[in-house]
Design a protein around this ligand. Structure first.
Ligand SMILES: [Zn+2]
Length: 114
């Protein structure tokens, strides 16, 4: 299960940062690309399961899915690709290259105040 591996990696990163800051994490924001196929519910479920009885118990995950981007070969602009309308936003040409899908990143961790 892809989400379980992601959850384990996130938990390790958050625990690591919590140890450095000597604070209790309450929420974490992550982002990933569209093709990463992360199921938010499964990821939250997996994270909750392994975070139980750790400092991360109860941490809320916010997951942002970044759109897939493409670069136009004609006007060089970078735009969000819509699968229903795969063409450049600026010049409307259909000659473009897909940019790599955004990696899964732990964007920020929110810690309890005090
Ligand atoms: Zn263009």
């Amino acid at each position: 299960m892809h989400e379980m591996m992601v959850a384990q990696s996130l938990l390790a990163q958050i625990l690591d940062e919590a140890a450095k800051q000597n604070a209790k994490p309450v929420a974490a924001k992550i982002s990933c690309g569209k093709l990463n196929a992360i199921n938010d519910e499964i990821l939250r479920f997996a994270f909750d399961a392994i975070a139980k009885d750790t400092l991360c118990q109860g941490v809320k995950l916010e997951i942002e899915h970044k759109p897939l981007q493409a670069k136009c070969k004609i006007c060089k602009s970078i735009f969000k690709i819509e699968f229903s309308k795969p063409q450049c936003e600026k010049c409307n040409k259909q000659e473009f290259e897909l940019l790599p899908d955004a990696p899964l990143i732990l964007e920020e961790i929110e810690f309890q105040n005090g």
